[in-house]
Write a protein that binds this ligand. Structure first.
Ligand SMILES: [Zn+2]
Length: 110
């Protein structure tokens, strides 16, 4: 185990892990609020911080087959959402490399 380096986000509208309150994403990085996760509403983010990626998994989602990785808070290991590694439908390609954070797992500042 190495040292855990946590990144801090500046400005208002920072989403934090609900369990440990470590910064996860900024509202400026939101691409869409029209997503649903396992626990209800979820947002699509361009980039997030302080997360660990799980292994690649193929999942059939409402919008078709995707390869995704679950994402975990790098501080408390709570599952936060997932990352789209690959979308098989042309219309879903914009999600590749982007991150879903579930609203129920986050608290928002500001
Ligand atoms: Zn956490």
């Amino acid at each position: 185990m190495g040292l855990l380096f946590l990144q801090r986000l500046e400005g208002e509208g920072v989403f934090r892990c609900r369990r440990c309150r470590v910064d996860s994403a900024s509202k400026d990085a939101i691409i869409s609020r029209d997503f649903y996760g396992r626990t209800g509403r979820a947002y699509l983010f361009d980039h997030v911080v302080n997360i660990c990626l799980g292994p690649n998994e193929d999942r059939h989602l409402v919008t078709g087959l995707h390869t995704v990785n679950d994402i975990y808070c790098s501080c408390c290991q709570q599952i936060l959402g997932w990352r789209y590694e690959k979308a098989y439908n042309q219309s879903e390609k914009y999600k590749e490399g982007k991150y879903i954070l579930e609203r129920a797992r986050m608290v928002k500042d500001g």
